[in-house]
Design a protein around this ligand. Structure first.
Ligand code: DOR
Length: 438
């Protein structure tokens, strides 16, 4: 592989406080040099990516996605999911274990890792189940899964309702040094629920999902994390009340981290009007007030990271009655464009946004797989280049993901990934950027 020079871009690396015009060189899969301005005399054998007017930052790290393989390959595969991730600027993706069979054994983790090595284009880190078969009854062999390479445990899509089992899971995870990722949902309160509980659900005649269903489990698991001194990571936080609970827990020193999705930060329950199954997601899209609390949570570091919860489904899955449609939004390829709306309207700084997509999630994953979310010299060259101002229309036919299920289809977004480099390889490139071969 020839050295690749990224010349004259706006480099933002929150892990090291870099925010300047600069250039970086990638040699043998690693960042080998980074400097201010343009490299004065590049060697003739370099490939050169001209990045004037573009943001150059560490590759995005997604703590939460669904790749559907094994078992639901009609919705997504590791190959298509990782290509979609690359188009979205993600160079590390952590996949949830709600596959068939679920990722609750060494064999299933080994399978996912071997498919990812053969067919994936970005780094894939698996998350193992908490309970066998995600049934919430018996713990998985947690130590075996840790040695197989899981980065966390979660029954995502389902909560662990049994508090004693959750206590035990937290206790073991503490010893193993890995977090429990909490799908916070009291399913006794959400049974039959289809969208956020409120005036709109009443008007539409759809059964509501109350904020309390999330907050009850968030509160319980913060209490259990306190008791066990373990690390809990709250997935897809969607309510003002959850933000308040996590804020208070952090103030008390409880080891909690949290993530929020692009859709919960930018879309409200109103998207469901018209019985739009593409806006059916769990937890549901909430209210403007919740969005404001989530943004405030990000700014105050109550919420550490942004994670996509990329949840692809087939057209047929979603082309049914609202009540019958599965929950989920295909999120990789619209994440950056939708999140940049928060920067364009002055609610978040660009540096905070990039930090929440790179440095902050990398701290939650840890250094087990090398340093992620950083452009430090010597680390794996995971780099995302984007144009913050490029306007584009979301055309799901152009998605690499098999999941075309997004309520953003047809909308115009401002900001687009133009190139993604994963472990030194250019894995995605938009035509609007020129790669000059030497
Ligand atoms: O909307 C969702 N879809 N929420 C979840 O928790 C699971 C996910 C899925 O697997 O489709």
């Amino acid at each position: 592989m020839k050295p690749l020079l990224i010349q004259g871009g706006h480099i933002i690396d929150p892990s090291r406080g870099i925010d300047e015009i600069g250039s970086l060189l990638i040699t043998e899969g690693k960042i080998s040099w980074l400097g201010k301005g343009k490299m004065a005399s590049p060697q003739p054998d370099y490939d050169v990516l001209h990045a004037q007017g573009l943001i150059v930052c560490p590759g995005f790290v997604d703590l939460h996605c669904h790749l559907r393989q094994p078992g639901f390959e009609e919705k997504e595969t590791i190959a298509t999911g990782s290509q979609a991730a690359a188009r979205g600027g993600f160079t590390t993706i952590c996949c949830m274990p709600n596959t068939n069979p679920p990722l609750d054994s060494r064999a299933t983790i080994d399978y996912v890792k071997s498919v990812a090595a053969a067919e994936g284009v970005v780094r894939l880190l698996p998350i193992g189940c908490i309970s066998k078969g995600r049934k919430g009854e018996e713990l998985v062999p947690m130590s075996e899964l840790a040695s197989a390479g899981v980065i966390a445990y979660s029954d995502d899509g389902k909560p662990v309702l049994n508090s004693n089992l959750m206590r035990q899971a937290l206790g073991y995870s503490r010893v193993l040094g890995l977090p429990i990722i909490d799908h916070s949902e009291d399913t006794l309160l959400t049974e039959g629920g289809l969208m956020n509980e409120g005036i709109i659900s009443t008007r539409l005649g759809l059964q509501g999902i109350p904020a309390a269903a999330e907050e009850i489990i968030v509160a319980r698991d913060l209490i259990l994390a306190h008791l066990t001194e373990a690390r809990v990571h709250i997935a897809h936080v969607s309510t003002e009340g959850s933000v308040d609970l996590i804020r208070r827990a952090k103030e008390k020193g409880i080891k909690v981290t949290a993530e929020v999705t692009p859709h919960h930060l930018t879309l409200t329950e109103e998207k469901v009007i018209g019985y739009n199954t593409k806006a059916k997601v769990n937890p549901p899209l909430r209210t403007k007030r919740d969005i404001q609390a989530l943004i405030q949570g990000l700014k105050e570091n109550v919420i550490d990271a942004i994670a996509t919860d990329h949840a692809p489904h087939t057209e047929a899955d979603k082309l049914v009655d609202f009540a019958l449609a599965p929950f989920g939004i295909s999120g990789f390829e619209t994440a950056l464009g939708s999140l940049l709306s928060l920067v364009h309207n002055g609610q978040l700084t660009l540096i905070t946004l990039i930090s929440k997509l790179t440095y902050e999630p990398s701290k939650i994953v840890g250094d087990k797989y090398g340093k992620l979310g950083s452009l430090e010299v010597g680390v794996s060259a995971d780099v995302t280049i984007f144009d913050p101002d490029m306007e584009w229309v979301v055309d799901t036919k152009a998605f690499a993901s098999k999941g075309k299920n997004t309520p953003l289809a047809g909308s115009t977004l401002k900001g687009k990934v133009v190139a993604t480099i994963s472990q030194g390889k250019l894995v995605y490139r938009d035509d609007s950027i020129t790669v000059k071969e030497s």
